[in-house]
Design a protein around this ligand. Sequence first.
Ligand SMILES: NC(=O)c1ccc[n+]([C@@H]2O[C@H](COP(=O)([O-])OP(=O)(O)OC[C@H]3O[C@@H](n4cnc5c(N)ncnc54)[C@H](OP(=O)(O)O)[C@@H]3O)[C@@H](O)[C@H]2O)c1
Length: 348
Amino acid sequence: MTYTPANTRYNTMIYRNCGASGLKLPVISLGLWHNFGGDTPHDLKRAMCQTAFDAGITHFDLANNYGPPPGSAEEAFGEILRTDFADHRDELIISSKAGYKMWDGPYGEMGSRKYLISSCDASLKRMGLDYVDIFYSHRFDPNTPLEETMGALDHIVRSGRALYVGISSYNSVKTREAAAILRDLGTPCLIHQPSYNMFNRWVEEDGLKDTLNDLGIGSIAFTPLAQGMLTNKYLNGIPEGSRATQGKSLLDGFITPQAIEAIRGLNDIAENRGQTLAQMALAWALRDGGITTALIGASKPSQITDCVGVVGNMDFTAEELSAIETLARDEDINLWARSSGSDNGPER
Ligand SMILES: NC(=O)c1ccc[n+]([C@@H]2O[C@H](COP(=O)([O-])OP(=O)(O)OC[C@H]3O[C@@H](n4cnc5c(N)ncnc54)[C@H](OP(=O)(O)O)[C@@H]3O)[C@@H](O)[C@H]2O)c1
């Protein structure tokens, strides 16, 4: 079926400048980590991308390894670009990343120049693109000089493979170092992609949020719904088909009685504000403009429609914020702590 984008698509979405740059991003962006691999029907992936674009979501976030199998989300998105968005490339901000394991051998992961540049080429090929808008170092690599990783990002821009660069899950200290190297090279760091939500507030504790504001670097918070925990989904148990049943990244131990109690309390606050818990969780992540955009995932189009409804109420009273503060406690769900150096334990 031919797709024609809604001509109302820019009517309600809010766009914010990404840090000190001239690039505007929608306050809600769509990520293709889960539900865009070979295990999801193509029509559903297409419907989610169409719903997003119709609602003013211009930013789609990918990575080399999104699937399963790794690479299949980029292939599917490439197909959707061809069938649905071919005439709209200049309305889209498409990102990809490299850092996690993509192929066997010593050059298939982490932060070397060899890996980043060849992975970027492979991503472009899978998506059928000449360039991505943003290319990221997906995680900090303690065994590669930062100059090498940032030099590779600079080269990726200078060679026309990407327009902007970003880093993901780097802590505040490493972000300052990376940003300084990139500035000296003449390719400023556009954006940082950290995990952030009411149950995972490491960016506040580490000082990263303040650092980004200081440096004029934009931010895109991933897992703003704590992989679905900060929605009405788990209020009364674990529903069939939900991410918690899939043995992927929403681990068994995450949905504790303490978390469910907090989710119920937060849901009450959201109801009093006249919005869904998902909308309130997104508004909270975006509060005060400290985060440029919230990077959601979805398993069906209606979730995206619900999430973009956040633009109807993004303000909080002091009373609401202090009520949320008593419930928004760390639930030990940060799977990416190792990259940012806040956890020396094994990768989960
Ligand atoms: N840089 C990195 O290292 C990194 C790491 C992880 C993710 N990311 C990026 O962040 C993106 C988002 O991650 P995420 O999918 O974990 O984010 P999330 O928005 O916290 O969780 C998405 C899940 O929440 C549920 N959901 C979404 N909207 C809902 C609604 N309105 N009502 C009820 N449930 C709703 C769905 O769960 P069900 O599937 O159960 O329906 C959906 O799959 C990824 O796609 C990726 O682009 C980046």
